[in-house]
Ligand binder design. Structure first.
Ligand code: C2O
Length: 545
């Protein structure tokens, strides 16, 4: 039997403030955030589930973790602590490159996704640590991370990033929202605000056993090679802010929702059952130049949409948020009864309690940096491959035919702009995520003769030697208007080349980073389907001066 939908109220995650107030003015803040094993109720009728959760104590830890509130330009210092047990609650796979401590424990390291900060605070996959820092990975250097919050205001999230364990550590619950606000800009834009009308929706999919425990397929897709690793985790229950198919009671007015896809591998294509549109104002860590009205919002894993929904125009009092993204995306199975529903809004009849004075302005924010190839100092080809057994089962994924442990090849100059031609030779869409950088797709073109190009690439591993230009001659696809801004995730569709302008500076002022981005251990870039990232669609990124 499956769980009844829409019986649990949407939780509001607790808030932590990454700043302090001195004489009424924001000043740098210090936080200590731990990772704890605990029990979490995902649904009224499901026994409590053992999870790993972020919080300031085991009692107040939540899944997702607390929302960290930061103010643009005000540094936050966060000490991430590991209080996890000796062994993992989920199966992991030692045959993929993995952090394996000598004395047991669960390796973790935290990455602020979309954050602009020094490499030592980036959560490098080898900078892991176990409980009480008893053991640390080869690139670990400090316990307290420094986040200068120099990114313009926008939406981010934090999550584990330990080598080879990211997929299981996030499945276990190690995720949470992070927002950078600019109070002056917020007052000027006058979008719906305050804890009641400006909400996070952190969405992921999970399957559960009858006893409430997380279900994961314990047998690898090719057990002779990888006894546990599966190419994508898909769960049947859709969980928002830690409850399966919750409901939220709303008033007849505008609300702002910061929607984060925190799934391992599932894409969401969201729409509202009564045909009401989303008015999208932001994408990942940036605003759009002007609001975009859209019936559907498609989010890859780790992608964020910042939307307004105006319930005052609804003719009905109950609205279901639907999902119809196939999985894997875009060519996989169709959604079923369970994963086609996300949550429900229940609209109170009559006027809102207090008149809605928020506005949707005609224009939002334009950043100083322009998304053109002019001024780019370097063009790189970034090629995604999938490796299969003769029977067609995936064994691993690579970028440019290289492993994570192969020497660094992406060494952009700090402060520079580059163009990355990102080529996807697989049948699935892959979300590209580059640490530190901010980037946007400007052109998407289909490849022709993909099989021939693929066979050249798998022997030569060099796009230019394979005469890449002769394959990039197919039809052009528009970048959707609600994704035309400075992003932290760009979806790379199968059999296409996506041209990405990528900035290794601050895009709102077009000025250099105010810290040494060239320090060790550097950064990484990867596919944000976590099961791919772990095996091993991830590469080092090392800035140079
Ligand atoms: Cu959201 Cu490298 O990760």
């Amino acid at each position: 039997a499956s769980l009844q939908m829409f019986v649990d109220e949407l939780p509001q995650m607790p808030k932590l403030y990454g700043f302090s107030l001195r004489a009424g003015k924001p000043a740098p803040g210090n936080l200590v955030v731990g990772m704890f094993e605990k029990k979490w109720k995902f649904h009224r009728d499901l026994p409590a589930t053992t999870v790993f959760a972020f919080g300031t104590s085991a009692e107040d830890a939540t899944v997702p973790g607390p929302t960290i509130e930061a103010i643009q330009g005000i540094p936050a210092y966060v000490t991430w602590q590991n209080h996890l047990p000796q062994s993992h609650i989920l199966p992991w796979d030692p045959t993929i490159p993995t952090a394996i401590p000598k004395n047991g424990g669960v390796p973790t390291v935290v990455h602020l996704h979309g954050g602009i900060h020094e490499p030592q605070s980036d959560g490098h996959p080898d900078a892991w640590f176990t409980s009480n820092f008893r053991e640390t990975g080869p690139t670990w250097s400090k316990a307290t991370y420094s986040y200068p919050n120099v990114h313009h205001s926008g939406n981010f999230w934090y999550h584990d990033h330990a080598k080879g364990l990211t997929r299981v550590n996030l499945l276990a619950g190690l995720i949470g929202p992070y927002v950078i606000r600019n109070p002056v800009l917020d007052a000027y834009l006058n979008l719906p605000s305050g804890p009641e009308f400006d909400r996070h929706l952190m969405i992921f999919d999970r399957s559960f056993n009858r006893d409430g425990s997380l279900y994961m397929n314990y047998t690898g897709v090719v057990p002779s090679i990888h006894p546990q690793w599966q190419p994508e985790y898909f769960g049947h229950a859709i969980v928002v802010n830690g409850k399966a198919w919750p409901y939220l009671k709303v008033q007849r007015r505008k609300y702002r929702f910061r929607i984060i896809n925190a799934a391992n591998a599932r894409y969401f294509s969201l729409s509202l059952s009564n045909g009401l549109p989303f008015i999208q104002v932001g994408s990942d860590g940036s605003y759009l130049p002007s609001p975009v009205q859209t019936q559907t919002v498609v989010l890859a894993p780790a992608e964020i949409a910042d939307v307004i929904i105006d319930f005052s125009t609804s003719s009905v009092n109950e609205i279901v948020v639907n999902n119809n993204a196939p999985y894997p995306y875009p060519g996989g199975s169709s959604v079923d009864q369970l994963n086609s529903k996300v949550m429900k809004f229940i609209i109170a009849p009559g006027k809102p309690k207090v008149p809605d004075t928020s506005k949707i302005p005609t224009s939002l924010v334009s950043y100083r940096a322009t998304p053109t190839v002019d001024g780019a100092v370097k063009k790189r080809y970034i090629v995604f491959y999938e490796y299969m057994t003769p029977s067609g089962d995936p064994t691993h994924f690579l970028i440019n035919g290289k492993k994570f442990s192969d020497p660094v090849t992406e060494t952009p100059k700090s402060g520079s702009t580059e163009v990355w031609e990102v080529i996807n030779l697989t049948g699935d869409d892959h979300p590209l995520h580059v640490h530190l950088a901010t980037f946007q797709a400007i052109k998407v073109q289909d490849l022709v003769n993909v099989a021939q190009f693929n066979s050249c690439m798998t022997t030569k591993n060099d796009a230019i030697a394979c005469n890449v230009a002769s394959y990039v001659t197919g039809k052009l696809t528009e970048v959707p208007r609600n994704e035309r801004t400075w992003k932290n995730i760009v979806k790379i569709a199968p059999n296409t080349q996506t041209t990405v302008v990528i900035k290794f500076n601050l895009v709102d002022t077009n000025s250099p980073f105010p810290f040494d981005a060239t320090a060790e251990p550097g950064y990484v870039y990867h596919c944000h389907i976590l099961d791919h990232e772990d095996n091993v669609m991830i590469r080092p990124l090392k800035l140079t001066s």
